[in-house]
Ligand binder design. Structure first.
Ligand SMILES: *Cc1c(COP(=O)(O)O)cnc(C)c1O
Length: 365
C-alpha cells in the first residue's frame, strides 16, 4: 500500500519547513564521522555557525540533539551544587531553564514576569549580588516576545550569561560576542530552516575555563566534546560519540544558503514577513498577544477571536490548506494561536496564504 505523504506548510512554533538545500543534503552519500571529507564538512558547519551566532568563539559547534539538549549542556557545564543561577522567566522555556538548573543542584533565583512581556533587565540584575550564572531566553516562542539580551549582557557583572537563542538564531539580530553572551544554545528547526536534530552551541574561552570540570553528564561534557569537534592539542580527532553526519550535512547546506543571502538580509526578511502578517491580522480585527514593541517577527502570538473554537480552526487549516499553526501554551492553550514564519517560510507568499486561510477558518470552523 502506498502511503500518503502530506506536504504541510509548517507555520507553527517549529519545526518550520527546511530550506530545499537542507532537505537535499539529507540524501548525500553517508560519510564516516572521522572521514576527512566529513571533518571538512563539520569545520565548515562550525564556521557557518560562528556567522549566525555573531561570534569568533572557537568552541562553536552543533551538539547532537535538539534545542533542549543545548539547554542542558549549558547548565550542566556551568553549574555545580550550591551555585546560584538567576533565571529570567517570561514563558515556558524560562520555566524549563529553572527545572534544568535545579537538577544540577543549583540554587535557582527565579525572576518571574507576566507572559507576553519582555524581561526586565534591571530586576534580573538586582535579583542576587553574586550569581554564577544569569540566564534568559532571547526569543520566547511560547509567548512571541523578544527580550533585550544586549542590555542584560551589559549588567551581568561577573556572572556567566547563558542565552537561549533557539528561535532567534537566523531570524533576529544576534551578536553573541558584542552582547556579552558567554554560553549560547540554539536549535536547527526554527529560523535556520533545517529539520530538528542538532543544537548549535557556543561558549567563550573565558566561560570554558570556568566550566564544571567533571559535569554530571558524560554525553554533554564540553571538555570531552572538544576533543572531537575542535581536534585536541595535536589536531587529531578522537571518538566521543558518532556525530549525526546526515544532519550535519543538512545544517551545512542551510548555513551556506544563509551565508549567500547574508545573515543581516535573513533577519530583515523575517522582520518584513512577520510585521506584514501582524498588520494583516490586526486589519482583520484580531488582537496580538505579545506586548507592542517587543513582538517577535518570526513567531506571532494572536488572540483567538471570541466565539471561535481554537482547536477546530486549527484542524480546519490542516485539513483544507495543509497549514499547521500552533495553539497557545499553558493557561493560554485555547485562547492564543502561535504562527511562525521561519526560515524559508519568511516571505510574502506565506503571509498571503496564511491571512486568506485564517479568514476562512474563522468563518467556517
Ligand atoms: C523550541 C525551543 C526550545 C526547545 O528546543 P527543542 O528543539 O524542542 O528541544 C528551547 N527554547 C526555545 C526558546 C524554543 O523555542
Amino acid at each position: 500500500m502506498p502511503t500518503m505523504i502530506p506536504n504541510r506548510h509548517l507555520f507553527g512554533p517549529g519545526p518550520s519547513n527546511p530550506y530545499p538545500e537542507a532537505t537535499a543534503a539529507l540524501g548525500y552519500p553517508l560519510l564516516g564521522h572521522l572521514d576527512p571529507d566529513f571533518i571538512t564538512r563539520l569545520d565548515n558547519t562550525c564556521e557557518g555557525l560562528r556567522r549566525v551566532w555573531g561570534t569568533t568563539n572557537s568552541r562553536t559547534l552543533p551538539l547532537s540533539g535538539t534545542g533542549s539538549l543545548g539547554m542542558e549542556t549549558a547548565f550542566v557545564n556551568t553549574l555545580s551544587k550550591g551555585d546560584v543561577a538567576v533565571i529570567a522567566v517570561n514563558g515556558l522555556f524560562g520555566q524549563r531553564m529553572c527545572e534544568v538548573a535545579s537538577r544540577c543542584g543549583a540554587e535557582v533565583v527565579r525572576v518571574d514576569h507576566d507572559f507576553g512581556q519582555p524581561i526586565d533587565v534591571e530586576r534580573v540584575a538586582a535579583a542576587h549580588p553574586n550569581p554564577t550564572v544569569i540566564a534568559a531566553v532571547h526569543a520566547e516562542t511560547s509567548t512571541g516576545v523578544l527580550s533585550d539580551i544586549k542590555a542584560l549582557g551589559s549588567v551581568k557583572g561577573d556572572a556567566l550569561l547563558i542565552a537561549d537563542a533557539v528561535t532567534s538564531i537566523g531570524g533576529s539580530e544576534l551578536r553573541a560576542d558584542d552582547w556579552g553572551i558567554d554560553v549560547g544554545y540554539a536549535g536547527t528547526q526554527k529560523c535556520l530552516g533545517v529539520a530538528p536534530g542538532l543544537a548549535p552551541f557556543t561558549i567563550s574561552d573565558a566561560a570554558f575555563s570556568r566550566r564544571v570540570e567533571t559535569p554530571q553528564s558524560w554525553y554533554m561534557d564540553l571538555g570531552l566534546l572538544g576533543g572531537y569537534v575542535g581536534g585536541n592539542s595535536g589536531g587529531g580527532r578522537t571518538y566521543h560519540h558518532t556525530a549525526p553526519v546526515a544532519m550535519v550535512a543538512s545544517l551545512e547546506a542551510a548555513l551556506d544558503r544563509i551565508t549567500a543571502e547574508g545573515i543581516e538580509n535573513a533577519w530583515a526578511r523575517h522582520e518584513a514577513a512577520g510585521r506584514k502578517l501582524q498588520t494583516g491580522l490586526q486589519d482583520m480585527g484580531l488582537d496580538l498577544f505579545a506586548a507592542e514593541g517587543h513582538r517577535l517577527p518570526q513567531l506571532t502570538t494572536v488572540k483567538v477571536p471570541d466565539g471561535v473554537d481554537s482547536a477546530a480552526a486549527r484542524a480546519f487549516l490542516l485539513t483544507n490548506f495543509d497549514i499547521e499553526i500552533g495553539g497557545g501554551v499553558g493557561e493560554y492553550a485555547d485562547t492564543v494561536w502561535r504562527i511562525g514564519l521561519m526560515g524559508p517560510n519568511a516571505n510574502d507568499a506565506s503571509v498571503a496564504l496564511l491571512l486568506g486561510a485564517i479568514e476562512e477558518a474563522i468563518k467556517n470552523a
